[in-house]
Design a protein around this ligand. Structure first.
Ligand code: DAT
Ligand code: MG
Length: 150
């Protein structure tokens, strides 16, 4: 089963929205297979956002993402990369569809509450940055028979 990485960003934690965001992820049916609170340092942040180093917003992104603790989640489910991206909504919360996490909860592109890997390739890379192998759990949920078609 494929896995993906989600982060509740510092604004989500500060605003007391972690529970609601994680709840939406669980309600979708995605299985949490790893979870931890950490504060990203600049080395971790640079490695995670290496594709954006040259972008004009990179310094602001670094300052924001290291400004407070985040909650990292390893998620599993069929097509979980796409499922999470759809649940999050588009990058700019103003354009994100109502009903999505960003569409319902955010107003600014720099404070958009949640990160989700954008491809299976980046999911593998990003999960490797945030989780050691023994921090990921394999377990069966009996409700999966009601969520996932066999
Ligand atoms: P996403 O988080 O939807 O994958 P991204 O990978 O293009 O978006 O960018 C990473 C983060 O950088 C994004 O969540 C918020 C910030 N960001 C992106 N575009 C921005 C912009 N034009 N101005 C300010 N911040 C931006
Ligand atoms: Mg991205």
């Amino acid at each position: 089963m494929n896995k993906t990485l989600a982060l509740v960003k510092p604004d989500g934690v500060q605003r007391g929205l972690s529970g609601q965001i994680i709840s939406r992820i669980e309600a979708k049916g995605l299985k949490i297979v790893g979870m931890k609170m950490i504060r990203m340092d600049s080395e971790l942040a640079k490695s995670h956002y290496s594709d954006h180093v040259e972008k004009p917003f990179f310094p602001a992104l670094m300052a924001f993402i290291t400004s407070g603790p985040i909650i990292a989640l390893a998620l599993e489910g069929p097509n979980c990369v796409q499922a999470l991206r759809n649940l999050m909504g588009t990058t700019n919360p103003i354009e994100a569809t109502p009903g999505s996490i960003r569409g319902d909860l955010g107003l600014s592109v720099g404070n958009n509450l949640i990160h989700g890997s954008d491809s299976e390739e980046s999911a593998v890379k990003e999960l490797g940055i945030f989780f050691k192998k023994d921090e990921l759990f394999e377990y069966k949920r009996s409700i999966d028979d009601w969520i996932i078609e066999s």
